[in-house]
Design a protein around this ligand. Structure first.
Ligand SMILES: O=C(O)CCC(=O)C(=O)O
Ligand SMILES: [Fe+2]
Length: 396
């Protein structure tokens, strides 16, 4: 049975503000939970079979992902997409009264202010997999002062995990949403197993956990434990560019206008339509960029261009150096190189010394326009070893 009296908006806000996360236990009836599970199982099966292109693929942590399922998946994206067969059930789990009342209570806003945002599902990966420590919308190398400033920005959206099965995958550092990282946190191994003060968030089936997505957190996933956790966000109207980026980087802008919620029961249909319209008002998201672009994107483009040329040259692909450089402004250097640049980066990039980039999950391949002159994908390249001194100079 669902909990009789959910915590009040004030209680939730106080706990979320203090700890950076708060759990509402057993928020749905057994019947509702059963329906959500059936939909989740069907959607996961289709995604694992390669029949749903919007997935989170291993071993990549941040968007964009491709539809390559060869290493398995850890998430199913766009549960409200018009092509998702189970969309209405997922929509009921998203636009239902409990969720809406909780979010309006947390954000101190009205229903008419809410904006439909992301709705995805996090699932058991096909092999053990973990995310590094991160804040969702603040990249790791920002200076402490800027980190603190960004953490102090007002909360204009809510983010939650709704566990359909028991889930202990999320690890957080309580309170870290209010302060810059300590030196220990900043210098820790990106996959540190024992961060001071860390807490594994243990959820029961039907629990919803709201969290500040800039709390220091990571995911640790066991391929033998079933996981189907609905992972959603809702915003308030009139939010800023950073929020548009956090939402639209997942590609929702391209289909949001197509989604038809008129079949939803009762007031949900109108509510959903209004929330959808406010999302569409944010734009299609084509130019918003990514919250966690590859590190080099965030260096001065001159430095990235120099590096691009160096890489292109060492691969004997001089002609494409130009198109890589041209691509810088659009998606960023790494994603547009079109080859396993990040693999290359991991093995030869001096930044890996600092521990900020330790694997190949950031950036990655995005859609490429065949009409444009680009490097060919070359997954099997023997990667050149770049001289770290040259690279350091290039970045200065
Ligand atoms: O698995 C989770 O619950 C957390 C996922 C996460 O941190 C992310 O997608 O940024
Ligand atoms: Fe995250």
């Amino acid at each position: 049975m669902a909990l009789h009296t959910p915590p009040s908006g004030t209680e939730l806000r106080v706990a979320l503000d203090r700890d950076g996360f708060v759990t509402i236990p057993r928020a749905f009836t057994d019947g509702e939970l059963g329906n959500f599970r059936t939909a989740a199982r069907n959607a996961t099966e289709i995604a694992r079979a390669g029949k749903w292109p919007y997935i989170r693929t291993l071993p990549k942590q941040f968007p964009p992902w491709t539809d390559d399922i060869s290493q398995g998946i850890w998430g199913v994206q766009h549960l409200l997409h018009p092509d998702m067969a189970e969309r209405n059930t997922f929509a009921e789990s998203y636009f239902n009264e409990t969720m809406i009342n909780t979010v309006t209570g947390l954000l101190k806003c009205k229903k008419d202010d809410l904006v439909m945002e992301l709705y995805n599902m996090l699932v058991r990966p096909d092999r053990d997999f973990a995310l590094r420590w991160h804040r969702d919308d603040i990249p790791p190398e920002v200076p402490a002062e800027e980190e603190l400033e960004r953490l102090q920005e007002p909360m204009l959206h809510a983010q939650w995990n709704l566990a359909l099965y028991e889930d202990a995958s999320l690890v957080v550092v309580p309170g870290s949403h209010k302060r810059a990282r300590t030196d220990i946190e900043r210098n820790a191994d990106p996959y540190e197993k024992d961060m001071p003060g860390q807490r594994v968030v243990k959820m029961g089936a039907g629990d919803i956990m709201f969290y500040n997505n800039n709390i220091l957190h990571r995911g640790v996933y066991d391929s033998n434990t079933e996981r189907m956790t609905l992972h959603g966000t809702m915003g308030t109207a009139g939010t800023d560019k950073a929020r548009a980026r956090n939402t639209l980087q997942h590609g929702i802008g391209s289909w949001a206008a197509e989604a038809d919620f008129s079949d939803l029961p009762g007031d949900m249909a109108d509510l959903a339509k209004g929330m959808q319209e406010r999302l569409i008002g944010m734009g299609s998201g084509e130019d918003v960029g990514y919250s966690q672009p590859a590190l080099v994107d965030r260096k001065r483009s001159v430095a990235a261009a120099a590096y691009a040329e160096l890489v292109a040259h060492s691969l004997g692909l001089r002609a494409v150096g130009k198109s890589v450089v041209l691509a810088l402004g659009r998606h960023g250097f790494w994603s547009d190189c079109g080859f396993e640049a990040l693999e290359l980066k991991r093995r030869s990039d001096p930044y890996s010394r600092s521990g900020t980039i330790a694997n190949s999950e950031q950036g990655g391949l995005v859609e490429r326009d065949p009409a444009e002159e680009r490097m060919e994908p070359t997954a099997g390249y023997e990667l050149p070893v770049l001289d770290s001194e040259i690279l350091d100079l290039a970045v200065q």
